[in-house]
Ligand binder design. Sequence first.
Ligand code: UDP
Length: 584
Amino acid sequence: EAEETNMKENGKLNISGNTRTVLERRYLRKALDGTLQETPEGLFRRVATHIAEAEGFYEDGLDPSAVADAFYGVMTDFRFLPNSPTLMNAGNELGQLAACFVLPVDDSLDGIFDAVKNAALIHKSGGGTGFSFSRLRAKDCRVGSTGGVASGPVSFMKIFNTATEQVKQGGTRRGANMAILRVDHPDVLEFIQCKSDNEALNNFNISVGVTDAFMQAVREGGDYDLIDPRNGETRGSLNAREVYETLIHQAWFNGDPGIIFLDRINRDNPTPALGEIESTNPCGEQPLLPMEACNLGSINLSKCVVTDGGKARIDFDSLKEIVWLAVRFLDDTIEMSRYPLDEIDQMVKGNRKIGLGVMGFADLLYMMGVPYNSDEAVGLAEKVMGFVQTEAHEASRHLAVSRGPFPNIGKSVFKGDENRAYRNATCTTIAPTGTLSILAGCSSGIEPVFALSYVRRVMDGDELLEVNPLFETMAKERGFYSKALMARIAETGTIAHMEEIPEDVRRVFVTAHDVSPEWHVRMQAAFQNHTDNAVSKTVNLPREATADDVQSIYDMAFDLCCKGVTIYRDGSKQNQVLSVAEKK
Ligand code: UDP
């Protein structure tokens, strides 16, 4: 197999391995009988040309064909990739290019079934949907028009789940949903337990939306009020610490629910006059107003490392260039995308949110010889993301000079602030990059490498055995590479315990489970400090971690100003997407 995948040879893409598999299975245009109708070059050309058309909409827009060439270049170098719906749908019939949506769920049958229908349309186009179910009246409340009783948020979630199951996103990918319920909703305890059967609600991630007041009640050991969403009246109270402990126990048990900090999210809401943020998209990285959507894109940091005289460093000049081009790409994408509903079109074009983020951060650390679980790595995270954030804001402000600021700026926190007259209400988001990172052949998002050698189960149970390419190259250079060794590493994924491997290598080439939960949270917080939206991150815990361990993670995430936290204790879900090879 080719040592270096995805290298360009004489201008032609040389794509192999997992990149090709994923492109063929999911992205390349296919005829009805399944034959491929597009090459990888054709895909990136289609996307680049389509997005660059937006340049022609502006009086002083750039030359669309020159911009298309630049977009093509940065994508085929795998330095920057837009979210999957853009790759799949740009220039195609669907034309829907955003990954993230939040839909309102109003407290009426009309409202609920409108949301089900709208979610189905979004899933068909490859987008994911988040909902707050907090507005629905509680279970057993009276239904005025019939004299019957309401069945409550959790029972309605099952309808969304079934609809999602049937749509399967037009054969490209299964719809993903987020359900949020406020901690002061009367049904909160039922919600916390609703995924304890692993198969129920399998198309949902769930998170409890907690408030600062709740967190304070937890610390003081007091009670807090449950609120009837229909009229704001108090409907009983619960002990905050008991609810917190129930939530934590459930998360310990099987990863769900996560937790989001609603007040922290709303402190960063750029347009509070347009409404409160009640939910995020499915993986938690994108808080949005109801009926808002956002398109994401990710820069591959592993391509921003250069070596001078044997010493690796970050090439900030080239990073800056990519950030500016990516902001232009994502802003152009808003114009070119077709949104499934007029209301969404209006919201998106009013706020023009984009979410530029990074992937390949763990690779960057390997290349620079910095352990993920170190102050130096946290410092690098602050430095790199701070740079991306500053440059993204500058690029957005620059676009606003010729294209105008986002139309709702007069209703935003940036009103009258010349230094923040942005084209986009938000610029940065750290996405999980689940598929993009496979395409780019880099580590996903800001996560540590899961295993140095492992089986990746993707798409309908396919299994691909992988050795981390940076580790493989280094092992060969240092002379300890062997196939047998790589197979042995695949049993656990980590080399922490392998004394035959040099100590300095074991210190740098750490994997998700070698990194203690505290370092996971510190890293998430470091990126959050420099991200307008939120950060997708899973805090990995070993199988033997206790509920107290989970609690200290939640407390720490709150104290370090994260916008939410998701934990995963090894082995606690049956269908783990990533797993180290089973011992044979
Ligand atoms: N998403 C989805 N279904 C999927 C994977 C992702 O709807 O199977 C949406 C969801 O909103 C998620 C976002 O896409 O939060 C970004 O996910 P990721 O970065 O993993 O997507 P990629 O662009 O790599 O496919």
